[in-house]
Design a protein around this ligand. Structure first.
Ligand code: GLP
Length: 243
């Protein structure tokens, strides 16, 4: 495990963006595991800038997003599909057909989850999995209690997650279910990059870095992986400074 601490959220996001630029320079056909959430927005903005400057091409890359709400039309501004299109895919040269987000509109979400898992298995492994972290330690939408063996599946969101994500919904109506890659799927990536900024993430980060899996904090599962880099800002890192 490597931990990098930056003076602020913008520098941490820039460093993550540069990590992706470097990967695509070395491995143009990389499979990227992507994440949503406010923390990732400056990463995608920096990648769009790098692309416009001619520093990076996504033309041979593929992507898999971690999760999607169930029941939101793809065009809904808060769906993870429309969020990714708006923040990243619409502004870079990635082939839209190679950008994957779970289908939260399938009449059978269990089938959609299994299909997503199968697609990752045939296109993967994911070279670099980008992860944020929820205040309760969730990764993707793997809420506390998720198993180390979990795969892509339908999940119920916890009350604190509904509350935290309300800001993304003009009417405050956050869907209660999602399809998420599982913890085992996340751990199947070759490398994992976690970006966490702000004081609200301190406690979850401290538990995640304790060095053992604690089902109450899903991100602690990352201690089972051999190539995880944590990119933190000062505010997020302060509870773990002595670690
Ligand atoms: C969301 C997403 C996660 C994300 C996390 C943190 O619910 N499903 O993938 O990492 O919560 O989001 P934010 O960056 O907005 O704090």
């Amino acid at each position: 495990m490597t931990r990098y601490v930056f003076k602020d959220a913008s520098e941490a996001a820039m460093a993550v963006s540069e990590r992706i630029v470097t990967l695509l320079g070395q491995r143009p056909h990389a499979v990227l595991g992507l994440a949503t959430g406010a923390t990732m927005e400056p990463v995608y903005a920096a990648l769009v800038t790098a692309h416009r400057m001619g520093r990076v091409s996504f033309s041979r890359a593929a992507s898999f997003n971690l999760d999607e709400y169930v029941g939101l039309p793809a065009q809904h501004p808060a769906s993870y599909r429309s969020t990714m299109n708006r923040l990243l895919f619409d502004h870079i040269d990635i082939d839209p057909a190679r950008t994957h987000v779970p289908n939260g509109l399938d009449s059978d979400p269990h089938r959609a989850a299994a299909a997503y898992e199968a697609l990752i298995a045939t296109s993967g492994p994911i070279d670099l999995q980008l992860l944020g972290i929820g205040r309760n330690g969730h990764i993707g939408f793997n809420e506390p209690g998720s198993s180390l063996n979990s795969r892509t599946r339908l999940v119920e969101l916890h009350a604190e997650t509904l509350q935290a994500n309300r800001a993304f919904f003009a009417d405050g109506a956050v869907p209660r279910q999602a399809i998420t890659m599982g913890i085992a799927g996340i751990l199947s990536a070759r490398s994992i990059v976690v970006l966490a900024t702000g004081t609200a993430k301190q406690a979850a980060i401290a538990r995640s870095l304790a060095g053992h899996f604690d089902a109450d904090c899903p991100a602690s599962a990352l201690s089972e992986h051999g190539d995880v880099s944590w990119y933190l800002d000062d505010n997020a890192a302060s509870a773990t400074r002595a670690a």
